[in-house]
Design a protein around this ligand. Sequence first.
Ligand code: ATP
Ligand code: MG
Length: 629
Amino acid sequence: MSSYEEVYRRSIEQPEAFWAEEARAIHWHRPPDRILDDADPPFRKWFAGGQTNLCYNAVDRHLEARGDQLALAAVSTETGVAREVTYRELHREVNAFAAALLRLDVGRGDRVVIYMPNMAEAVFAMLACARIGAIHSVVFGGFAAHNLALRIDDAEPKLLVCADAGSRSGRIIPYKPLVDEACARAQSPPPHVLIVSRGLDPAQPRVAGRDVDYAELRAQLGDAEVPVAWLESNEPSYLLYTSGTTGRPKGVQRDVGGYAVAMAQSMRTIFDCAPGEVMFSTSDVGWAVGHSYNVYGPLIGGCTSLLYEGLPVNPDPGIWWSLCERYGVRTMFSSPTAIRVLKKHDAAYLRERDLSKLRYLFLAGEPLDEPTAQWITEALGKPVIDNYWQTETGWPALTLMPGLDMKPVRFGSPGFPNLGYRMKVVREGSGETVGPNEKGVLVIEPPLPPGCMTTVWRDDRRFLDSYFSHFDELLYSSLDWAVRDEDGYTFILGRTDDVINVAGHRLGTREIEEAVSSCPAVAEAAVIGVADELKGQVPIVFATLRDPKADAAAREQAARDMQRAVDASLGAVARPSRVYVVGALPKTRSGKLLRRSLQALAQGQDPGDLSTLDDPGALEEVKRALGNP
Ligand code: ATP
Ligand code: MG
């Protein structure tokens, strides 16, 4: 086995030779003319001239060797349905869906918005688009009509595919009325809406001439085979809008060939999941992780993908571990938020399951705080691997690579650059590389590796302005702070816009959160800066406690402990001026803290667009807390 250092060096020093070899892991209808066309940086073309297809690589290619193997197990604790689909069945379902797309006049290059929860048909719809060369744009099911309308207007879809309804904790959330509202608000609504009904909301009215029922159309069309559209490697495969935590969402555009190669490679080098083995990603198909590791990665890799619809605590907090046992999951992928939810419950839920096949738990999406990492590592007794990602990168940017060699985990660090990523930590402004343990901005030197975004949909200017305009040199800015230690482990210190200035000291809110979270009583904390007459800004803390029934005295004690912890690790200058203990923190559906809204509320301003808010109760509680500090 080659070491990470060796392989990484080759990927950076001889990118063309390296990726030419990696490209052999997928099927090419026509081999590339050039491995890398870098004539117009930072735009670049991987595998230029090559022709391939994501659906062919994820489905057809496996039929001969693994037609009877499970491709997908879609388990819903909301509907009580577990749908198991072999590669042969997947082939049939995807062809049927592709035939429906063609019938509705969707063709190569047309956009299809998919608005569905984690159900098997969402996967069929994505792969069907890929099959015919249509560009899918999955919008997280349950996003409000306003968010959906914004994305419709940007993508201008020929078709919208939706479920009749989603379900959360047994509560039915009809999607169709949201779709109707979004279409009414949008400037360019799709001519057709294709509804995949699970009978959750049977009385939905249909819009004549626009709405089509998938089951009915499929019955008409029968079992058709739809030929694969061979796409040039750099044609768009899909659009995925960033979650919009910090602003107007951007349509991240992905290619075909580079993405397929990145997916194939990562299944081996990072996720160490071989053909026939099982991967379980708890993400939603509407997020970047969901695209890559609920759908394309495992299927291109010939693995079984376990797709889950439901909460991690329903019917009990052992549900994920019982699924790991039932399906023999080898590689699991989740988020720190989800683990913090489980941490509120007994670790016995985990210990009573046979997890002997489980090798790794990867966690991505936000900072993995040390107490959470410790808890889950101890409870599982397996490596817990922090993964640093962006929607833009599409696959891990910083990670450990157990498929090459398993480096020791260092808590708080997502590890090392993924293959092909020329990453540096540089000084803000000058762009000079900083020394070990010195804080700077995490950047990627172009060319971005295969798998990463190619541009912002129909807006090359925005691609350049958003990511490549921060330094004199052409560098992709992650807009995240980082330090690299003397051994090369990188630590993420928060977003460049999450810095507060206290009496001339620049403090990262993430560092203060780390200190606060080190108090044993604290479950989770959010730190923001608010305006202060004397000091410019001061940090304030919103925190939840591990014991939800803590009385007033215990809450006050916890607040004092938090302030002391900050004093001890960062000095009195960083001491929070106020600590609010609340029952829940306001988050987006993807589990990211809504800091901008917290900050606005704390300063008596309008909290802004709250349509991505997961639990409105959390925000109400914050408002109440602010009312009586
Ligand atoms: P938008 O860009 O629209 O504001 P967003 O950045 O929240 O939205 P994502 O692409 O889902 O949308 O999130 C990527 C960001 O999440 C990273 O830039 C980083 O700030 C954070 N992040 C992801 N993984 C990690 C990790 N392992 N450790 C620390 N932070 C992480
Ligand atoms: Mg971002």
